[in-house]
Write a protein that binds this ligand. Sequence first.
Ligand SMILES: Cc1cc2nc3c(=O)[nH]c(=O)nc-3n(C[C@H](O)[C@H](O)[C@H](O)COP(=O)(O)OP(=O)(O)OC[C@H]3O[C@@H](n4cnc5c(N)ncnc54)[C@H](O)[C@@H]3O)c2cc1C
Length: 307
Amino acid sequence: MAASYDILIIGGGGAGLTAALYASRAKLNTALFEKLVPGGQIALTDIVENYPGFPEGVTGGDISNRMAEQAKKYGTIFFYETVESIKKVGQLFEVKTNKLTHQAKSIIIASGAFYRQIGVPGEKELIGKGVSYCAVCDGAFFKGKEIVVIGGGDSAMQEGLFLTRFVTKLTVIHRRDKLRASAILQERAKTNPKIHFIWDSVITSIQGSGKVDGVRLKNVKTGEEQDLKTNGVFVFIGQDPATQFLKGVVQLDEKGYVVTKENLETSVPGIFACGEVRKGAVKQLVSACGEGCEAALAAQAYVENMN
Ligand SMILES: Cc1cc2nc3c(=O)[nH]c(=O)nc-3n(C[C@H](O)[C@H](O)[C@H](O)COP(=O)(O)OP(=O)(O)OC[C@H]3O[C@@H](n4cnc5c(N)ncnc54)[C@H](O)[C@@H]3O)c2cc1C
């Protein structure tokens, strides 16, 4: 058994790192568990232009490192371990990772979510370099450019319509010959002069060195292949919360997101959740950080009431 903490944070994205900053700066004994690198999703992106305080923008790597440094400065202890389960033992929580079992008075879940990828060559390499999963985050980088959108559901159409504010041409690539989106969104998309459709087709690779310059398409009915020049690929085929380890621990909604009360407490007293892992969260860095602060203050109150 490893040491015991006042607050144990699961996930080192914007939400977890902000929770860590607030908890450790309040002189609580704080540990943060991250399975990959600090920063979470934002560490993947080239440049962030909508985080306040950086008028020139800031790279995803830079803001991730700065947030981690700030939390460490006030005493947060970082562990690079994957949390596998949580259970309550007496007044404390026992958190089992792939390496050890740790104890804490209170837990903050900040394990985030991940966008579903299409899984073709070039996709991973070009994330943040023309491949995107977020219109609000990256739309403005594509002013005057041509892009493709993958997906045929409501979110693909909604995000696609938003992207027409910036781009000159948007081509929806869809594996079927009709969309799944609601009738009203379909009509808006189909009557928008900037939006074009390529039906019955999938992307088989994304091309470009350093930035996207094209995609290879395959017609799923005829098998015919073609290259299409494009500046960007926006993928909208869904998002999954990182909550496998929480099944049967706290209440999750039908998609697996953590359900919270007003103070970000989950169905289990002493366990709080913040950021994209939470049902109803806005999927932006600044809101993840805001929720991290809120969860830390609520966890602090919980711990202080225990003593
Ligand atoms: C390519 C890209 C570009 C983006 N650009 C912008 C932008 O310009 N502006 C903006 O506001 N937002 C942007 N976003 C969205 C923004 O990154 C997210 O809203 C924000 O990162 C959410 O933070 P989070 O802390 O809730 O979750 P995440 O960032 O998802 O962090 C969760 C962390 O938890 C860790 N974790 C998960 N499970 C476990 C476990 N079991 N044990 C230990 N650790 C675990 C993960 O490894 C991850 O590091 C972008 C997202 C992407 C993918």
